[in-house]
Write a protein of this length. Structure first.
Length: 187
């Protein structure tokens, strides 16, 4: 709870500082206008200059927000998800190789990358991986379920014995529980 409050406070402080930097010319122009009213200077156009500066800063802020959310954020999320998928692929490969030699699957983690083991498992940096061996009652054989997520991401991605990578519903209680367990175990 305290971590979440501190995290939200830090994010809020960051956005507050960005707004101050972005609207600094507007603040400066408004300050000059207010001081000119107190001193009773006969300068024409200071209000118009302050409002024009505010409009320009508002337009600039609008374009910066769209640039960040339309170009930088989706590419960063896609890059992090690609790292998670790559890690899950190496986990499936190492589990299948271990099964061929030993006749069983082995459990992993949760571990935070960078991590490698003797079976060829390679976990990328800041990716959290957990592999859980299970018994498939319908098929009557041993199987496993692999869960992975990026430390800075919110999406949980899973893989199974067949190597099928899926993304469960992120708002489900099971996904939230697994995500919380993985994050809390690698602090």
């Amino acid at each position: 709870m305290v971590q979440e409050i501190i995290g939200v406070a830090l994010i809020g402080l960051f956005y507050f500082c960005v707004i101050i930097v972005l609207f600094a010319p507007t603040l400066y122009a408004a300050w000059i206008y207010l001081i000119s009213k107190k001193v009773r200077l006969k300068t024409k156009g200071l209000l118009k200059t302050a409002l024009t500066t505010f409009c320009i800063n508002l337009i600039l802020g609008y374009f910066l927000v769209h640039l960040a959310f339309d170009y930088f954020l989706p590419s960063a999320v896609a890059e992090k998800n690609a790292l998670v998928v790559k890690t899950l692929e190496t986990a499936v490969t190492s589990q299948q190789a271990f099964y061929k030699v030993h006749g069983r699957y082995y459990s992993v983690g949760p571990v935070r990358g960078p991590f490698t083991d003797d079976q060829g498992l390679a976990v990328e940096k800041d990716v959290i991986l957990e592999v859980v061996p299970r018994w498939d009652r319908s098929g009557g054989n041993e199987t496993f379920q692999a869960y992975a997520m990026h430390v800075w991401g919110r999406d949980l991605i899973t893989s199974d014995t067949a190597g099928k990578v899926t993304q469960p519903a992120q708002d489900s209680p099971e996904a939230a529980g697994i995500r919380a367990k993985m994050l809390n175990s690698v602090k």
